[in-house]
Design a protein around this ligand. Structure first.
Ligand code: BV8
Length: 241
């Protein structure tokens, strides 16, 4: 039996893991893209064309994330437990821009699409924790420039963060688990193929319903993350994998 130490785990999460915490997904019938289009609010071109509209879109989501009832759910907590108790490395790659994984206790975390509670100055590149509304007149706390602040997230057409580190983790993974994602946004949707082609990973999908890429996984379980993920973590820690 291989030692756990040489059995690193890579987990990818999407908006579905935060749904039961009260945050909206994107492509569910009641999701964000059902009422606003990507081209209006989630591309660099949209920000040039109408910065106040883009600031308004993220200001509303930031306020929603910081509202009282939005807390990590059993799925976030189970992933933090897996990181604490698994003797090998656990790398958590999230497409989500919320801070629920951090608040649940996850540490070895990569926000490949950025973080809504951070702002970046396009004049000096400085990145700052940010919990207030952003507007065009907002000044950069580092260089003082006004009109250059944007939310620190990756829009469509922009390069996701830490891709080299993610590719390295996928190549080494013995287990790749995709949780709460529709598998419709790249390059994240291609990670399961990378893990299989570059490495030796056993691949598992845990999602409310079959994703676009379900056929690419060795194993798939469907249901709410708050039930599936704690049960899956129990199974992994009992080395029934
Ligand atoms: C890039 C941040 C170049 C902002 C986001 C073909 C090949 C390669 C690329 C492309 C291509 N065609 C087009 C592209 C470019 C594009 C792309 O993929 N477009 C799509 C629409 C086709 N990709 C890009 O532009 C990316 N950059 O390609 O640069 C490059 C290429 C390779 C390598 C390096 C560079 C940048 C994409 C990032 C965009 N920013 N977010 C913000 O949040 O506002 S993406 C956005 O979608 C979020 O990050 C979100 O997380 C992500 C994916 O969505 P999901 O998380 O999956 O959410 P969704 O609603 O879709 O699904 C939720 C799932 O949960 C559902 O399946 C549902 O059933 C399930 N669920 C619901 N409830 C529960 C549940 N599961 C469990 N329990 C529940 N309770």
């Amino acid at each position: 039996m291989q030692q756990h130490e040489d059995r690193p785990i890579v987990i990818l999460t999407g908006a579905g893991i935060s749904k039961e915490s009260g945050l909206e997904t994107f492509r569910d019938p009641d999701g964000i893209w059902a009422r606003v289009s990507i081209e209006e609010v989630a591309t660099p071109e949209a920000f040039v064309r109408d910065p106040e509209r883009v600031h308004g879109f993220y200001n509303a989501r930031r306020r929603g994330l910081m509202s009282e009832g939005v807390v990590p759910n059993a799925a976030h907590l189970a992933l933090a437990r897996l990181e604490r108790e698994w003797p090998g490395e656990v790398v958590l790659v999230t497409q989500n821009i919320d801070d629920l994984h951090e608040r649940a206790g996850s540490r070895n975390l990569i926000h490949m699409h950025g973080e809504i509670l951070k702002a970046r100055c396009e004049a000096c590149g400085g990145v700052t924790d940010w919990k207030d509304d952003l507007e065009v007149a907002t000044r950069c706390p580092a260089c003082g420039e006004a009109g250059a602040m944007r939310v620190h997230v990756v829009w469509f057409g922009e390069m996701p963060f830490e891709m080299a580190r993610i590719t390295q983790a996928l190549a080494a993974a013995a287990l790749f688990v995709s949780i709460g994602t529709s598998g419709s946004v790249y390059p994240a949707a291609g990670f399961v193929q990378e893990a299989r082609m570059m490495g030796r990973a056993h691949t598992v999908e845990l999602n409310l319903e079959p994703s676009d890429g379900v056929s690419l996984f060795h194993e798939a379980r469907h249901g709410p993350a708050s039930e599936l993920v704690p049960a899956f973590v129990e199974r992994i820690l009992a080395s029934a994998w």
